[in-house]
Design a protein around this ligand. Structure first.
Ligand code: PBG
Length: 335
């Protein structure tokens, strides 16, 4: 070995007292958004089996649930609703007295939480798809050829957006992957005087098997078929740039990638390509698999959760939606 090769010793900067000064990435409670499930059919909190530590709460507990989140140091929540009833059109999604509208009113009046709402129809339609159905391209009328009617869905998303805005939501997050959804919501909001309300688009949302536990939690699994006619193909990365660029042109303020860990290449690509804040959704399956391994004693839950979130930030995300939000924030000790 020649001496020259040892002029460079990266280990010099890995000594305990210098690590903090040279660390490139940090994780703060203010980077995190905690998803909260409000269930209009529940009269008490219902634990979600496939997501240990998460629960659906009744409306009467929504404020208390959000206060628990705030106590950990996390300042933002994303609300998902389970309506009291479902129909083919998903009409409870834009009802003035709907579960999310009511929860948003209560939470924004009674707490300082920054409230984001998920704008989609899949929890509200009886068939579980993200909009009203129409015959798909091609053969016959079997279920296999039914698909979501894109343009009819846009009009519903506009109504949902305005109803959430009126209820006091701080940011809206459309998650249905309909073409034109950001632009449609932006013009509806502007028309109604909500031009200052930002939109976080689920801009690159993949058709992922990692959403399984969420679909139990929010009761939003499609009754037939899958979502591959609207969510992105996991095989595609260049398409994500095209898809996201369209949302940027339509006025998206924050760009989200979902899921997070299996798609960090997409997070990094968006970070390079756009100057908007980038969000990543560390989804239910990512949470469930770490919990399952930790339950078996195979992984240290706190360590792998922290490392996962740090890696999502290192890849280029500014903010992270995660079911680990409360635990990590509490562990970071800012609470
Ligand atoms: C749709 C929606 C889904 C998730 C967030 N919003 C489910 C889906 O697209 O099937 C998944 C979140 C998660 O898995 O944690 N409204």
């Amino acid at each position: 070995m020649d001496d020259y090769s040892l002029t460079h010793r990266p280990r010099r900067l890995r000594q305990d007292r210098i690590r903090g000064l040279v660390s490139e990435t940090s994780l703060e409670p203010s980077d995190l958004i905690a998803p909260v499930f409000v269930d209009a059919t529940a009269d008490e909190r219902i634990p979600i089996e496939s997501m240990p530590g998460q629960e659906r709460v009744p409306l009467a507990e929504a404020v208390a649930r959000v206060e628990e989140v705030l106590e950990t140091g996390v300042e933002a929540v994303m609300l998902f609703g389970i309506p009291e009833s479902k129909d083919a059109e998903g009409t409870r999604a834009w009802a003035e007295d709907g579960v999310i509208q009511e929860a948003t009113r209560r939470i924004t009046t009674e707490t300082d939480a920054y409230v984001l709402t998920d704008v989609c129809l899949c929890e509200y339609t009886d068939h579980g798809h993200c909009g009203p159905l129409e015959d798909g391209l091609g053969e016959g009328h079997s279920h296999a050829t039914l698909t979501v009617d894109n343009d009819a869905t846009l009009e519903r998303l506009e109504r949902i957006a305005v109803s959430h805005a009126r209820a006091g939501a701080d940011m809206l997050a459309p998650s249905g992957m309909m073409d034109g959804m950001v632009g449609a919501m932006r013009s509806a909001l502007d028309r109604e005087g909500f031009e200052h309300l930002p939109i976080m688009s689920y801009a690159a949302k993949y058709e992922s098997a990692f959403y399984g536990p969420f679909r139990d939690a929010a009761d939003g699994a499609p009754a037939f078929g899958n979502r591959r006619h609207y969510q992105m193909d996991p095989a595609n990365a260049r398409e994500a740039l095209r898809e996201v660029r369209l949302d940027v042109e339509q006025g998206a303020d924050v760009l989200m990638v979902k899921p997070a860990l299996p798609y960090l290449d997409i997070v990094a690509a968006l970070r390079r390509e756009f100057d908007h804040p980038i969000a990543a959704y560390n989804v239910s399956g990512e949470y469930a698999m770490l919990h399952a391994a930790a339950e078996k004693g195979w992984l240290d839950l706190e360590a792998v959760a922290h490392e996962s979130l740090l890696s999502i930030k290192r890849a280029g995300a500014d903010l992270i939606l995660t079911y680990f939000a409360e635990q990590i924030a509490a562990d970071l000790g800012h609470g």
